[in-house]
Ligand binder design. Structure first.
Ligand SMILES: [Mg+2]
Length: 199
């Protein structure tokens, strides 16, 4: 119960967010895509492991289903040579349902992204601790996923947000988290083909 606050509020993001205000380059992704459909075979083949965030990267908020427009590319990615894992900051029963349905490991729990501990655990589980650049991390958030993955030496891809649900948690994020996320995007000069629907 005493850990509940850490589930609700991502305190691990605070130091990196402050650091990014001074140096946005700590959050600069290697690739910027409208969505995962831009993860082409040519890019996939450069990596031994591809790790995906779940919410608003592969699925709509809280869903255990791959977003319909990503189902085809998901199957293509699955049939390629790179191994696949997921890493989400949400801890709930959805993760197990998703993992079972798509036969993919789902990392979650404390400490959350961008803390390096779970990123390192993933690298170590796949025997890639010595070659982190062979892992591509894909996320819709600069200040959690991208900054954390870069911190351990992974390559990174930022995708545009999917639409935002109106849950209290997401409304809080829009009020407090997203302005800083958007500010960092602007300072890095990142642009998507579609309008940024974050705010
Ligand atoms: Mg996300």
């Amino acid at each position: 119960m005493e850990l509940d606050i850490f589930e609700k509020v991502n305190i691990y993001a605070i130091p990196k967010t402050i650091q990014a205000l001074f140096d946005p380059n700590i959050a600069k992704p290697d690739f910027v895509w409208e969505n995962v459909n831009e993860l082409t075979a040519e890019i996939r083949d450069q990596f031994e492991l591809i790790v995906f965030d779940l919410d608003r990267t592969l699925v709509l908020d809280g869903s255990d289903e791959i977003s319909p427009d990503l189902k085809y590319i998901w199957e293509e990615i699955r049939s390629g040579s790179a191994r696949i894992a997921c890493f989400t900051n949400k801890s709930n029963s959805r993760n197990k349902r998703f993992g079972d349905k798509y036969d993919v490991p789902v990392y979650s729990g404390l400490p959350k992204k961008p803390h390096p501990a779970k990123f390192r655990e993933i690298l170590s589980d796949y025997y890639l601790a010595g070659t982190p650049q062979k892992t591509l991390f894909v996320d819709d958030s600069l200040l959690t996923g991208i900054v954390g993955a870069k911190g351990v030496g992974m390559q990174t891809a930022l995708v545009n947000y999917m639409s935002i649900s109106k849950t209290p948690e997401m409304i809080t994020k829009r009020l407090f988290g997203r302005p800083l996320e958007s500010l960092t995007r602007r300072r890095l000069g990142l642009h998507f083909s579609k309008k940024d629907n974050s705010i």
